[in-house]
Write a protein that binds this ligand. Structure first.
Ligand code: AMP
Ligand code: FE
Ligand code: FE
Ligand code: ZN
Length: 272
């Protein structure tokens, strides 16, 4: 079985609707996918409805944003209870904070001499978004002709450590793990930054972290080996996903996948 446990839709910063993601995943011969939008679960129901008559299973997921010393740390939550008051409260707060933070980022760009408005970002985000994020701002900057690509927007203006970056400051990584545990989900550290793992892992495991996202298109062989070793020695679950947002450089859904057998203990936590 071909699996991808990290996908974004137009509910957050993905370019495709949940329905289009499901159809794209079927076309890419994926058997199981997780919808993991940033700080919202709004993409799951439409995805699950679209999947009803298709040969694919959908896992309910979320990618919870947190900040550690000004840097983004993302915690994936799988099999979360959508009715969890703690998770619902997180998503509501995130929606508001992300608007405020985006307005702060726009103000910084304007101070730096660029002409851009929050409405430009809203337009780039489209009507379906619940959670606004930097890729929407990046697309607006491309649209306005300030940069030529989304990547160059990140590399010159809005990436972590660049002048106009404002952290989400929604939670600490330990709190993000706690939200997912409260919601009955399995917390998995998304794209763990190599330089932060040793520092943050003990605290996160203490808070209930279930595992690491080991398999990703951008992970080099030595990252994979390192994370597999950490998981095996620490009794942690392994996950894998493409973190797909948009058709980029010709990459389609299904070009990357993990075999269900590689991440079986995680899948079985959700009865898959
Ligand atoms: P936010 O949650 O609003 O801070 O946005 C984070 C998102 O920005 C990530 O999930 C990626 O989709 C995107 N992102 C972060 N860094 C880069 C980068 N260097 N190039 C392209 N996209 C990026
Ligand atoms: Fe994203
Ligand atoms: Fe992420
Ligand atoms: Zn992601």
């Amino acid at each position: 079985m071909r699996v991808d446990l990290h996908l974004h839709t137009t509910a957050s910063d993905g370019a495709w609707t949940p329905q289009a993601v499901v159809q794209g995943a079927v076309d890419g011969r994926l058997d199981v996918i997780a919808i993991t939008d940033h700080d919202t679960m709004a993409g799951y129901e439409p995805a699950a409805a679209a999947a009803e008559k298709l040969p694919i299973q959908i896992i309910r997921g979320i990618e919870v944003s947190s900040t550690h010393e000004g840097q983004d740390v993302h915690i994936l939550g799988y099999f979360v209870d959508p009715e969890s008051p703690v998770l619902i409260a997180h998503c509501e707060r995130a929606g508001n904070r992300r608007v405020e933070r985006m307005q702060e980022m726009v103000a910084k760009l304007v101070e730096g001499g660029l002409e851009v408005t929050y409405d430009d970002v809203l337009k780039a985000a489209g009507p379906d978004h619940v959670s606004i994020g930097r890729p929407h701002l990046a697309r607006a900057l491309v649209e306005l002709g300030h940069v030529s690509t989304v990547s160059s927007a990140f590399n010159s203006l809005i990436g972590d450590n660049h002048a106009a970056f404002v952290p989400t400051h929604l939670a600490s990584p330990v709190e993000a793990v706690g939200v997912i545990i409260e919601a009955g989900g399995v917390p998995i550290w998304a794209h763990p930054p190599g330089w932060l793992v040793d520092e943050l892992l003990p605290g996160l495991v203490g808070a209930g972290l279930g595992g690491l996202e080991v398999y990703r298109p951008s992970h080099r062989k030595h990252d994979v080996v390192r994370y597999e070793t950490i998981c095996r020695t620490g009794g942690l679950l392994m996950s894998g996903g493409s973190d797909w947002h948009t058709p980029f450089a010709g990459a389609s859904l299904g070009d990357f996948h993990v075999e269900a057998s590689e991440i079986e203990p995680l899948l079985s936590e959700g009865g898959f």
